[in-house]
Design a protein around this ligand. Structure first.
Ligand code: SF4
Length: 437
């Protein structure tokens, strides 16, 4: 059976994997973890996963539809999100009526409600590590054998059982089915593979739903097989896809050992209160080039409101640990959390100067569906004053215009062959459009 693994087209580069939605501010992106994971599980049962990542390829809807129809798919597994829902639904409506399963932020958080509202969708997968998609497509209808899947039954919507707690096994994904060179991450460039190591997150930040999903690590044996496969395919760079790498420590150190033996250069997200000297050294020695830390704000009270009760001193300590170990730092900030004002913005600017990151991502706040502060899909950003986007631009400008940063970026661009991509980023940031579209 041909199963189309679909990242439907949208007008901007959008990320909808791991039940989390975000829109890229520049031209970067990784392989959707849900599609990667299901490619492995479908192949294991003898089905043929056919990937169409219309977002990574920058395909307009008509071209994506032509390509999708050409796959002669007998079933569809698609990403969706609250942000792109109208376009996602219109795109799926253009495909032949075959069994259709979706996953994504809205669908996975309330699969019953989603199925009631979307008659053209037959099932929702709310755990992307589950083999239930392949089993359901193969005819299985016993919910006790379908963990992480909700579907239409004769008597209404049926919910599969919860996944078994503990590590999950995942055979190597069909990395080669994804369009090589169409993904890009800072410090990795364009030729990298994405390695799933975790499901969910061990932390519980207020606006984020990753912690609500629980946290399970991937069985180290299956990570090692995946890395073997990644090496055979010729990749030497890896984006470690964990919402927050480093917990539990023993698993993280084991993954570091495997990445080291595989000779990979890699990056990952780490919470600052998890990154200490021991972890930083292990990561750096195993090839981690850049850690990305969600700092959110330079103001401790705002961080507390976000659910990150991490003192400034601990964040600076994490930054020092990363630098001392020889790693670069990427920092994520949120501007516009309730209570944001001139003093908190100045605090963010001051913390940024002290951290001196190699790259910076500043986002307006969005409440994830299913998070502790879920407001029924209403974004916090609707409530922020109009001047906050300008404040964000000023924070960016103050950070980007420093000669030390420009020099460092220039050196990294030469090292990673990223010069044209950085120019493209500048174009995207200035115009909001991807070049060539
Ligand atoms: S924001 Fe918090 S809960 Fe969400 S992925 Fe990051 S550390 Fe985990």
């Amino acid at each position: 059976m041909n199963v189309l693994l679909l990242d439907p087209p949208w007008r901007r580069r959008i990320f909808r994997d791991c039940f989390c939605t975000s829109v890229a501010k520049a031209d970067y992106g990784w392989h959707p973890a849900d599609l990667l994971a299901q490619s492995s599980l479908l192949r294991e049962t003898g089905m043929t996963p056919v990937v169409l990542d219309a977002v990574a390829e920058g395909l307009p809807a008509d071209e994506a539809l032509r390509r999708a129809l050409g796959t002669a798919a007998e079933a569809v597994f698609a990403l969706t999100s609250p942000v792109s829902a109208p376009e996602d639904e219109a795109f799926l409506a253009g495909l032949p009526r075959v069994p259709t399963v979706v996953t994504g932020e809205e669908a996975a958080i309330d699969p019953g409600g989603y199925l009631q509202a979307h008659e053209a969708v037959d099932a929702v997968l709310w755990d992307f590590t589950s083999p239930a998609l392949a089993q359901w497509l193969g005819g299985e209808r016993d919910p006790s054998r379908l963990p992480g899947l909700s579907f239409r039954g004769d008597g209404g919507i049926v919910h599969g059982r919860d996944p078994v707690p503990g590590p999950f096994a995942l055979p190597p994904p069909v990395h080669e089915a994804f369009p090589r060179g169409r993904y890009r991450m800072p410090a990795l460039g364009r030729d990298f593979a994405t390695l799933v190591t975790d499901f969910g997150c061990p932390h519980r930040c207020a606006l984020c739903n990753s912690g609500v999903l629980g946290h399970r690590v991937r069985d180290p044996v299956s990570i090692a097989s995946d890395l073997d496969r990644i090496r055979v395919l010729g990749f030497r760079r890896v984006f470690v896809k964990a919402m927050s790498f480093g917990t539990p420590r023993a698993h993280a150190l084991e993954v570091c050992g495997m990445l080291s033996r595989a000779g990979m250069t890699w990056t990952a997200y780490v919470r600052p209160d998890v990154l200490d000297g021991e972890l930083a050294v292990a990561m750096a020695r195993s090839g981690c080039r850049r850690v990305r830390m969600g700092v959110e704000s330079g103001d401790e009270a705002l961080r507390r409101a976000y659910g990150k009760t991490i003192p400034d001193a601990r964040i600076l300590e994490a930054g020092r640990a990363a630098r001392d170990a020889g790693m670069e730092i990427g920092v994520h900030l949120v501007v516009g959390l309730p209570g944001e004002g001139p003093s908190t913005l100045l605090a963010s600017r001051a913390l940024l100067r002290r951290l001196d990151p190699d790259d910076l991502s500043i986002n307006l706040p969005v409440v994830r569906r299913g998070s502790r502060d879920d407001r029924g899909g209403r974004p916090v950003a609707d409530e922020v004053p109009a001047w906050l986007p300008a404040a964000r631009a000023l924070l960016y400008a103050g950070y980007l215009a420093r000669p030390a940063f420009v020099a460092r970026t220039f050196r990294a661009a030469i090292r990673d062959g990223e010069g044209p991509d950085l120019l493209r980023d500048g174009w995207t940031l200035l115009t909001g459009r991807r070049p060539g579209r």
